[in-house]
Design a protein around this ligand. Structure first.
Ligand code: ZN
Length: 240
């Protein structure tokens, strides 16, 4: 039996649609981990590699504050006092942001949800199908952040041991003065880690129960962590 051109064409279309369906498993991800886990870096790398937007909660809040919206002003009051804004305010801002952006290509959330209550709220808006947890030892975080300095001009980050500047105390990019970030002091780091374990880490159990948790060993260096993320995401069928 001979297959005519029309038959070939139909067959071709059939396989083509199946393949493109496989390619478009939409990533609806969140990424979480403590300060110093490389969460921002990995989120950005993923966003570039997969060509999907990263929604940084911090950026969203800062934009809201800059626009002086009602919610922005409210958040600012908490930020000024060094406090976290309450869930209702944070959720409202995120809900509004979600309406503004096209989500059909997929997305990664960074910095939200910060606790299980926020995760429950997010689930009502959109179903998350991948929760990437960057797991790192407290000692490693302390080690990383203690030796970290930042250029006061161009904001480049240095690490005294792993990525030192050419001249001590001076930015290799722009010559600016290197300073310690106020929140990189040991006692502040310890406080933040405690808050992370108490508040944010329970997200792991929450998303594990939903069957979407992906745990990554973030004690490794940036390229290894990223390789691990990509490998595991491929196995799960998010990357064809
Ligand atoms: Zn600089």
């Amino acid at each position: 039996m001979a297959i005519d051109f029309r038959g070939c064409y139909i067959l071709y279309n059939f396989w083509h649609s199946i393949l493109s369906f496989m390619k478009t498993k939409i990533i609806k991800a969140i990424i979480f981990g403590p300060q110093g886990s490389g969460k921002g870096t990995q989120g950005n790398l993923l966003s570039e590699r997969l060509n999907i937007p990263i929604i940084g909660a911090g950026d969203v809040f800062r934009a809201e504050i800059a626009k002086k919206t009602k919610l922005g002003n409210l958040v600012n009051q908490y930020v000024q006092q060094g406090l976290l804004a309450p869930d209702e305010v944070v959720n409202a801002i995120i809900a509004r942001q979600l309406k503004k952006i096209k989500l059909d290509k997929g997305f990664i959330f960074d910095g939200y949800p910060r606790n299980v209550d926020q995760a429950i709220y997010l689930d009502k808006l959109i179903t998350i199908n991948l929760a990437i947890q960057l797991k790192i030892n407290d000692e490693e975080v302390i080690e990383r952040l203690q030796y970290r300095s930042q250029c006061s001009k161009c904001k480049t980050i240095y690490h005294d041991k792993e990525a030192p500047p050419v001249k001590p105390g001076q930015c290799s990019v722009c010559g600016g003065k290197l300073t310690k970030r106020a929140d990189d002091r040991p006692e502040i780091i310890a406080q933040r880690l405690k808050a992370y374990h108490f508040m944010t880490e329970p997200l792991a159990a929450y998303y594990r129960q939903k069957g979407v948790l992906l745990v990554i060993n973030a004690n490794q260096s940036i390229p290894y962590v990223f390789e691990d993320v990509i490998k595991k995401m491929s196995k799960l069928g998010f990357i064809v």
